[in-house]
Design a protein around this ligand. Sequence first.
Ligand SMILES: [Zn+2]
Length: 239
Amino acid sequence: MATEMLFRDDAYLRSASARVLAVTERGIELDRTVFYPLGGGQAGDTGRLLRAEGDAVAIIDTRKADTPDRVVHLPAPGSPLPQPGETVTLELDWPRRYRLMRLHTALHLLSCVVTAPVTGGNITPEKGRLDFDIDLSQLNAERIERETNALIAAGAITETAWISDAELDAQPDLVKTMSVQPPRGAGRVRLLRIPGIDLQPCGGTHVADIAEIEGIRVLKIRSEGKHNKRVEIALSGSD
Ligand SMILES: [Zn+2]
């Protein structure tokens, strides 16, 4: 049985009740979740799982199960584990996830400010990075900050849409990130559109309005190889 991924339709859901499908050595599988599993360069969510009788189980990471339509919640070692069939309440570590959403959406903007093929990417709660296939001399931290922050200041409502695998195959230019395959499944692919700025397949979690990012700063620009010139950013105002 697949896990219903509630964050796909509403990234702002912080809590949900769910039924335990299985408890394995890998972790806890539920019939639905608000926890994003590690993927597409975005870190897995953390938080708590509350049992009906009051036990709280710390969830230290979230991963895809053996099949990508199922999600495993990793409990802290030694936690009291729920039983299959039990109804539990999930509570997301929302401040952490919101930083991930803001940084993730900022990387979409970065991929438009820097016009070069993306060869890698990663997002943690502290920082995000994209690697570009570009000459290092073309990357200017001051310009990247100024142009990205101008987009953020102007604001734009993000939209998700779904297209079929066949429609995506007919538009290969949509896929910017060579190292991350679009999230396929059930014959359809999820797209993230920032009107007038960006459109690409993405299964991650995004802010509703890019103005919520507030601002970014460039931490580092450096070479990580012939085809990987890395731009690392943080949210402005964070350490
Ligand atoms: Zn995305």
